[in-house]
Design a protein around this ligand. Sequence first.
Ligand code: SAM
Length: 270
Amino acid sequence: MSTAHLLREFYNEMYRIHTQPGSVYDIGDHLYHLTVHKHLDQDPLIQFREAFRRVDQSGARLIADAGCGYAGFAVFVARQAPTLAVDGYTLSDVQQAVAHQVLARLRLSRSRVLLQSYDRLERRYDAVVAIESLGHSPNAAATLRHWARQLRPGGVVVIIDELFRPEVPPAHPEIQRFMQSLHFSLLLQRAPVEAMVRAAGLSMADWVVLSDRYHVHTRPDEECDRLMHAYQLGGAHQGYIGGMLLEKFYNRGWVDYVLLVLTPDRAASR
Ligand SMILES: C[S@@+](CC[C@H](N)C(=O)[O-])C[C@H]1O[C@@H](n2cnc3c(N)ncnc32)[C@H](O)[C@@H]1O
């Protein structure tokens, strides 16, 4: 099965779980219900706010949301700056269908959600935003090169993701298990990411450790182990196993939650 197919199933199944009766996670008009990312300070909008600020500072009018989930970022942007347009890209047909309903209900006609890989952006954009989605790329270096090529002059790429500390060995069995359970192809770490950024003709304009500014809620290791065991027995969605491992990695200081701002290299854009 291709990576794209696996990811489609992964996110479609996650939606089915989130919308089971009794789940606190249902799809309403509120942005709170339109995120698939982690909640910093128990506030689901922090990533959207942080990414929007960077995009807005750059003067962007047309934005690609690479890995858009239920289009929560597009809804957020429309509320802050109704003249901006967002094209969301997702591999999940269920996410696309839900996002279409939400955009229609809120009459946000400037934004669209495309069932298409972010490795094939349809147009050139002033900004590419990727919140917790780059790790899914089968070839992150190629993905960054593509995004760099699709940027209009003066454009920016804003990435928010988990960046692992340099001392964490990608081959560690728990890391391998984490990556498999979340369908990540690459462990994001600063040195390889910086090398890929340079090779894509981009420069690192900013690197902000959001997990220093905001609280990432984790439970003690014993609680994570207990839950992980219960999830395994209950045949839970693989994403829950990955989530538990990630909490343990935060407890160990193995990982930071980081915002990156990338701009075209001056030399490359000449
Ligand atoms: C963890 S979710 C993040 C969703 C969203 N950014 C948010 O903050 O709510 C990851 C998203 O990336 C998308 N994704 C992963 N690989 C992709 C690809 N190659 N092309 C388009 N979307 C992709 C998934 O479909 C999913 O919507």
